[in-house]
Structures are given as structure tokens and as C-alpha cells.
Design a protein around this ligand. Structure first.
Ligand code: DON
Length: 592
């Protein structure tokens, strides 16, 4: 058995040097120290403390993102005296350049903030439906959903929120000028950046789609092919757009030439955007979802994200099982408890939540101790609960086209951001002259009740399309506090799997004593009520564990690794430990 366990470590160590050497080199001399967490023996053969499972550490401040140059941009701002919000804005713009599949100015997202003064805040910069949108806008005459229309056309685009979101956060809590925090992004767009294998794989995966849109293809191709490892990708148009935003602010995006270019291109291609959609776009400060888990406070995303509510519902269910932390990682009992918590919370997720400006979300009920206790009472100790015995709507796992990043500064401010174009490169459509692609977030709405969206999400009327409404999201930028101070930051891409990825990363640290590297590396499981199956990453369970769970009624399906948790843990001695998910290998953790 032992011999077989070596393989994952060999594999992991092969992947390590790039991100670690980068993290350890100036200007961000974070160090790699041996893991301090308990050595976690796993049935599954992952997450044992080895050199490969040591997090990157730093004394003062840390940035973890899915693209190493964006991480460096954040560290550059922190070193220059910026706070975590300054760095978050710098990283947001930098990822739009160096991770254009997912980082964006043509999409939207969420920012969870914990300020050193104890305040917790949440900024909603999710896209909004255009005013001409209608509940049945994607239905064909035969009643079927027009998949091209709601995924790949101008009609699939929601009004982007990223620019106003980043600028609003900076204006309220930043200390540096827009020009200063945008400088790294502008430089990366202008001078170009060298593609790594992890970057190249993403471009190659969407080559066919990008080729269909000549404007976008020109932005993301070099000599007729997608950028390859070692090549330099320059984005002069995007650099001009970013300079314009740096100089003139959000106005230029929502009222000026950028909005005009998008509306014009939309009109030419049968879209429904008007200038009013952009002029009336707003972001909003919302109260984050909070709950407690074994003495820690969880601060996470409220509707229009389902993330915080679903995460807290799962944690509430688990917290009533006092024996749970004593079960071995991915042991039969641990998997049983976690999968059932997932099943019941996802069944609630799908039919009860939507944009709070349009529907009532029964958050108090879903997060009550009573609700969690009622769910636990329905879960027998020795068998799986068939999903047919649970109410709710259907969801299916998604890819990993979004991006998350986590930042802690020297003063103790913490920022977690998840933002997205939805699919990789969104619609793949760029308005001429703008240099960036537009999202296809409209597919996150219910195009037709009962009919799955691109990820198999079958949702209810709460998430129906309406003019100016925001589609329900699963993005879960989360900050965990201990004694009112940042203890852990995490988040992930992966659509409906985002929430269970965040759950497991947190539980791996709190209940299993893993260090942050181990917690991010550990193989994941996922259950979402329907289909009635448990998804497994390769090696997530030993054959014996799997067989025992099958006896209890579980059915499993192995899928390639999903999610990309970019996480930080603050150790009791104040040292920051970070881990960028190796499932998305261009990322890094760095600090000083
Ligand atoms: O907001 C959401 O939940 C989705 N648009 C996120 C999409 C995502 O994570 C892409 N990867 N699957």
C-alpha cells in the first residue's frame, strides 16, 4: 500500500518548483517552510506532510492567485505601501490581462472584505440583465432553449460589473490612486507576458471557439495559433482601454466610448444592449452571510450568490455532529456525513434563492439551527439518503472557468475575490477596439424552468430572467475569522462545485488539522442532490472505503480534478501560509 502512496507525491513534487521558486525569488521573498500542521495520514494517499506539501509563508502580507504575474502585481502594490484593497484592485485588473479566460473587465463578481477594524463587508459587482431581457428570451418557437443565443451570442452577455466593482472598492477603502494600482496591468498588457504551460493549455482548449470570432482571435493568437509556452502575448488594445479607465474612471466604461463600442457591436449582431443598460448599472454593498463553525466565524457571499448560504447550511449540519472531526480524512463515516450535508444543502440551494432585489430569500430559515437539526434527523448513520427523498432542484458539476484570489495585508485587512466571465472567455465575443471579451453570464439564469443550463443546472422561477436582474451565482469568496481576526481566506472556480470546494478546504484545516497546502491539495468529493451520484477526484477514496460506501447505497463517478482554491491561513504566530491550487498550475502564492 505504502508504495502506491508515493505516486501522488512524486507527481506533486514535479509541479512544485515553478511556483515555489517564483514565490521565493525577489521582489517577493516569501519562504517555503516545513508544514506545521499535523501530519495527516490519509486513506486516499494525498495530503501527507512532505516537502511538496509545505505552504509558502510570509511574515507580513500575502497574495494567492491563479496566475503568478497577477500574484506579483498584488505583492508589488503591498510592498509599495498599498493595503489589501489596493492590492485586490491591482490583481483584479492584472488577471484581466494575464488570465484572460477568467480574469476580466468584461464580466463580474464578488468581493468579501474584512477590515482590520473588525468590519466585514461584501461588494456585489455581478452582471445585470439588459433592460430588454425577458424570461422567455432564449426560447425557440418549438419551446426549446436556444443554446447559441444564451451562450455564444451578444444576447448572452450581462452588463459587466468588474470595472465599477474594482473602482468602487478602491474609492471606498483603497489608499492609492487608480493609476498606481492599474499600472502593473497596463504594463503587462503593453509589454506582454510570457506564457507558461498552464496558460497555454487554457488557450489551446478554446482555440476553436475563439477562431469563430475574428476580433477575439486577433487578441489571443500569435501567428495564427493560440499562445504557446515561452511565447510573449502582447495586448495593446487592452492596454489602451486600461489606460482610459485609469485616467477617467468607471464613467468611460459605462457612459463613454467603451459602452458605446459594446452597444454598437451588439446592435450590429442582433444583441439587445442600449446605452441605458450601462448608464444605469450599479454595484452594491451587501451584508455578508455569516455563521459559526466550531468556534470560527465564516464570512461569505450573500445572494445573488448561493455560495454563503449553501456553505453555512452545510457547516451547520456538520457542526451538530460532534464526532465528525475525529473521523479520518475520507474515511467511511466522514464521507457519509459530508456527502449528506452536501445533498440536503444543495437541494435547498436550487429552488429557494435568487437576486434579493427581485425575490425573497429565506436565509434565516435555511441557516437556522432548527433547520440543520431537522436535516440531521433525516440522515441515518448507516446508509445513503436517496436523493429522491429530498426536495429541491437539480444541479450538475461545472468546469473551472472562473478565478479566485485571496489577499492579507500587514495591517490585518483581508480581501477575497471571485469573479468570472462564466465560460472560459465568456461568449468569446469582443467589441472591436476594446481588447477584451464579454461574459455569457445570462446562462446562469433559468432560461426555462426544468431545463438545464450549460452546466446542467436546473433552476426555478426565483432565478428567472428579468430586466436589470442579476443571475444566481455559486461564487463563494470566503473569509474565516478566529477571535474576530482573519484565520483563513479561500474561494474557487467551478460553478456548482465551488461551494463544496470551499467547504472541504475549510474543513480540512479546521477539523483535520491540515496545513493550507495539504488542505488545497487534498482530493475532493462533490454531491449536489441530483444526479444522485457522488463525484470523486482520482484517488479520493481507497477501494476499501469506496466498497463500504457502496454497500451503504452510494454511487460514485470519478472526474478529473476540479476547482482551484487559492487560500491563505494565518498561523497562531501571525505567519501567513498560502497555497495556490496546483490543479491550475500557472498560479502562485507570494508575500513578504
Ligand atoms: O457565477 C457562477 O456561479 C458561475 N458563473 C461561475 C462559473 C464558473 O465557476 C465557471 N467554471 N465552471
Amino acid at each position: 500500500m505504502r508504495r502506491f502512496r508515493i505516486l501522488p507525491f512524486l507527481f506533486a513534487s514535479l509541479l512544485v518548483p515553478a511556483s515555489l521558486s517564483l514565490a521565493a525569488s525577489p521582489p517577493a521573498p516569501a519562504t517555503v517552510e516545513p508544514a506545521i500542521g499535523a501530519v495527516v495520514g490519509t486513506d486516499a494517499g494525498a495530503a501527507v506532510a512532505t516537502a511538496a506539501s509545505a505552504p509558502v509563508t510570509a511574515r507580513h502580507a500575502m497574495v494567492v492567485t491563479a496566475q503568478h504575474l497577477a500574484t506579483d502585481a498584488g505583492v508589488e502594490i503591498l510592498r509599495a505601501g498599498g493595503n489589501a484593497v489596493d492590492a485586490a484592485v491591482a490583481v483584479g485588473y492584472a488577471l484581466a490581462v494575464v488570465q484572460p479566460c477568467c480574469g476580466n473587465i468584461g464580466g463580474g463578481g464578488f468581493m468579501t472584505i474584512h477590515l482590520a477594524n473588525g468590519k466585514n463587508l461584501f461588494l456585489n459587482f455581478r452582471e445585470r440583465a439588459p433592460f430588454a431581457a425577458a424570461a422567455d428570451m432564449y426560447l425557440k418557437d418549438n419551446g426549446k432553449v436556444n443554446r447559441h443565443s444564451n451562450l455564444r451570442s451578444f444576447k448572452a452577455v450581462g452588463v459587466p460589473g468588474t470595472v465599477m466593482g474594482l473602482n468602487t472598492a478602491l474609492e471606498r477603502f483603497g489608499t492609492m490612486s487608480r493609476a498606481a494600482v492599474m499600472q502593473p496591468a497596463i504594463r503587462l498588457a503593453e509589454e506582454g507576458y510570457v506564457i507558461r504551460p498552464g496558460d497555454a493549455r487554457i488557450f489551446a482548449a478554446v482555440a476553436d471557439r475563439l477562431k469563430r470570432h475574428p476580433v477575439a482571435w486577433k487578441l489571443f493568437s500569435i501567428d495564427g495559433h493560440t499562445p504557446r509556452a515561452g511565447e510573449r502575448l502582447r495586448q495593446p488594445q487592452l492596454a489602451e482601454t486600461l489606460k482610459l479607465i485609469a485616467r477617467e474612471g468607471s464613467k468611460v466604461f459605462y457612459e463613454g466610448p467603451i459602452a458605446k463600442a459594446i452597444v454598437k457591436a451588439s446592435e450590429a449582431k442582433g444583441g439587445i444592449f442600449t446605452m441605458k443598460d450601462f448608464e444605469r448599472y450599479t454595484v452594491e454593498w451587501l451584508k455578508p452571510i455569516t455563521c459559526t463553525y466550531r468556534g470560527y466565524t465564516i464570512v461569505s457571499a450573500p445572494p445573488p450568490s448561493s455560495g454563503g448560504v449553501t456553505l453555512c447550511e452545510m457547516l451547520n449540519i456538520l457542526s451538530g455532529w460532534t464526532k465528525y472531526p475525529g473521523y479520518g480524512f475520507h474515511s467511511v463515516l466522514a464521507v457519509h456525513d459530508m456527502v449528506e450535508a452536501m445533498r440536503f444543502a444543495y437541494a435547498d440551494r436550487n429552488t429557494k434563492l435568487g437576486d434579493p432585489n427581485f425575490v425573497d430569500n429565506p436565509i434565516d430559515k435555511l441557516l437556522s439551527a432548527r433547520h440543520a437539526a431537522a436535516i440531521r434527523a433525516r440522515i441515518p448513520a448507516d446508509r445513503a439518503v436517496p436523493s429522491s427523498e429530498v426536495h429541491g432542484g437539480q444541479v450538475a458539476p461545472e468546469g473551472r472557468h472562473t478565478t479566485h484570489y485571496s489577499i492579507v495585508d500587514a495591517a490585518g485587512n483581508a480581501v477575497a475575490v471571485t469573479y468570472t466571465l462564466n465560460s472560459w472567455f465568456g461568449t468569446g465575443i469582443a467589441a472591436p477596439g476594446t481588447g477584451f471579451v464579454l461574459n455569457n453570464e445570462m446562462d446562469d439564469f433559468t432560461s426555462k424552468p426544468g431545463v438545464p443550463n450549460q452546466y446542467g443546472l436546473v433552476q426555478g422561477k426565483e432565478n428567472a430572467i428579468a430586466p436589470g436582474k442579476r443571475p444566481l451565482s455559486s461564487m463563494t469568496p470566503t473569509i474565516v475569522l478566529r477571535d474576530g481576526k482573519p484565520f483563513m481566506l479561500t474561494g474557487s472556480p467551478g460553478g456548482s462545485t465551488i461551494i463544496t470546494t470551499v467547504l472541504q478546504t475549510i474543513v480540512n484545516v479546521i477539523d483535520r488539522g491540515m496545513n493550507v497546502r495539504e488542505a488545497v491539495d487534498a482530493p475532493r468529493i462533490h454531491q449536489q442532490w441530483l444526479p444522485d451520484v457522488v463525484y470523486l477526484e482520482p484517488d479520493a477514496l481507497t477501494p476499501e472505503t469506496r466498497a463500504a460506501l457502496e454497500e451503504m447505497g452510494y454511487r460514485f463517478r470519478t472526474r478529473h480534478g476540479w476547482g482551484a482554491a487559492e487560500a491563505i491561513v494565518v498561523r497562531p504566530d501571525g505567519v501567513l501560509a498560502g497555497a495556490s491550487d496546483r490543479r491550475r498550475s500557472a498560479g502562485s502564492a507570494a508575500g513578504y
